[in-house]
Design a protein around this ligand. Structure first.
Ligand code: PA5
Length: 463
């Protein structure tokens, strides 16, 4: 069980035209990284994600609820958004067999389907509610703050639908709130009505919460080995005890991306798994990296890399053209999976046709691995910075390790960029404007600011 990072193609020497991080830059980054490392690990009490891998009492909360639910539900419906939804989606799609929700009960080992509503598109919600058997559905309402507008709107709609099917009292038996232990509207409702709750520790923020009950409870309901998930993450924490870059993989990732952005103009940072089950992990990473690092620094500077998801080999026929010949403003981190060479034998046929003949006897596993290496080499040959993060298997242990690697890397990168990786003040104004338009109490000032914005100018409108 390993996780390895090969960053040869990020470094000068491997790349033509003087591109790449120089050994001197890398050596000079050791001291700022040691400072970042000390700053992050000194906050072990207020950065709760650092101890999620070994938080046994919290794990027990999820396991108890999962045990109680076992065999009672055919479907789980998760309501949430942002960090409260992307992690559970990534875990389901990486760790459950493909097309999980389409499989029959036996193929799912008796575990429920998992549906995640992470938006307020009325069509999506109506379509899902129309086909769900709510009498056999467990609803997880996931919100750290316990009051996010989108999640609350989803909850109101789903709660009413549940009450129609099961009555007001029965509806409560279908609800679990995953939320802050003390504050927030969900907590208040739970207390008043006796709804089952599971805690998101007060010191764990949304996008850092996948290894809290936010990800662990849905994973446990789906039969995923949650102890292995946490063990993979704990393994990463052990390696990260070292402040030496050569030993600290998340640190190396953070430093490489930071140097590439700030000293080499590589502002766009692509995460490109070569495996369908890891597509949604790239989307989860995008939120983590963007919402944590895209900030206005205290000195007024606007900083932060722009993360971009891609998937191989699919995007070789799409974005890779841009990565190869577009602006030299990107890094690409490939996520590769070892040991799939025996999977998906390609039959030998049309041996006399050049375009097909050579494929017979190879496998799809071999093809996808070779294409990843070929793309990495091609990018390097054109001076495009790239690195490869390799795991031994797509399993719970490696997913836990990947999640903790990126979470830690984000925390280190926050210090390197000089920003608070754990807040998101930039999303506040839009929220306040929406509250103002919806008439939420206390939003009068936002209403005044909204009303003072320039009206649409007919000169700049078509249609
Ligand atoms: O990462 C974050 O903090 C955000 O993306 C939140 O997860 C998102 O806004 C949802 O917040 P909450 O869990 O409070 O409903």
């Amino acid at each position: 069980m390993t996780l390895s990072l090969d960053f040869t193609n990020m470094m000068a020497g491997a790349l033509p035209d003087g591109a790449g991080i120089t050994p001197a830059q890398w050596d000079a980054a050791a001291a700022p990284f040691a400072t970042a490392h000390a700053a992050v690990h000194a906050r072990v009490h207020d950065l709760g994600f650092l101890s999620l891998p070994t938080n046994e009492p919290l794990l027990e909360q999820s396991l108890r609820v999962a045990e109680h639910a076992r065999g009672r539900f055919t479907d789980v419906l998760l309501l949430g958004i942002g960090g409260s939804a992307l992690g559970p989606i990534a875990l389901r799609n990486a760790l459950c067999p493909p097309q999980w929700n389409m499989l029959d009960t036996q193929a799912r080992g008796g575990h429920p389907r998992l549906h995640v509503l992470d938006n307020v598109d009325p069509g999506t919600i109506a379509a899902l509610l129309a086909r769900l058997d709510l009498a056999r559905t467990l609803v997880l309402v996931v919100s750290k703050s316990g009051g996010t507008v989108e999640t609350m709107a989803q909850y109101l709609i789903v709660r009413e639908a549940l009450a129609r099917v099961r009555g007001e009292k029965g509806a409560r038996e279908h609800l679990v709130f995953i939320t802050d232990p003390v504050v927030g509207a969900l907590r208040r409702i739970a207390k008043a009505e006796g709804v089952t709750t599971v805690d998101i520790p007060a010191n764990v923020g949304g996008r850092f919460s996948v290894l809290s009950p936010v990800g662990i409870l849905p994973a446990a309901l789906l039969g995923i080995d949650v102890r292995a998930l946490l063990a993979g993450a704990a393994h990463v924490m052990q390696g990260a005890a070292s402040s030496a870059l050569a030993d600290n993989l998340p640190g190396a990732f953070a430093v490489l991306q930071h140097l590439a952005d700030t000293q080499h103009g590589r502002h766009v940072q692509v995460l490109m798994p070569y495996a369908d089950p890891l597509r949604d992990l790239a989307l989860w990473f995008v939120q983590l990296w963007a919402e944590s690092l895209g900030k206005r620094r205290p000195d007024g500077m606007h900083v932060g890399p722009t993360p971009l998801p891609a998937v191989g080999a699919t995007d070789q026929h799409s974005q890779v053209q841009l990565f190869m010949e577009g602006p030299r403003d990107k890094t690409v981190t490939f996520l590769a999976v070892r040991g799939r060479e025996q999977e998906g034998r390609i039959p030998a046929r049309h041996g006399d046709i050049a375009e097909l003949g050579y494929l017979g006897g190879h496998t799809l596993g071999e093809l996808i691995a070779i294409e990843q290496r070929a793309t990495a080499g091609a990018l390097a040959a054109r001076g495009r910075l790239n690195a490869t993060l390799t795991i031994d298997a797509i399993d719970a242990w490696h997913l836990g390790a990947l999640v903790q690697t990126f979470a830690l890397a984000t925390a280190y990168a926050g210090v390197l960029y000089g920003v608070d990786a754990f807040d998101q003040p930039g999303v506040e104004l839009g929220k306040q404007f929406a509250y103002a338009m919806l008439g939420r109490a206390g939003s009068e000032q936002a209403r005044a600011e909204w009303d003072a914005l320039p009206a649409p100018d007919p000169r700049w409108r078509i249609g």
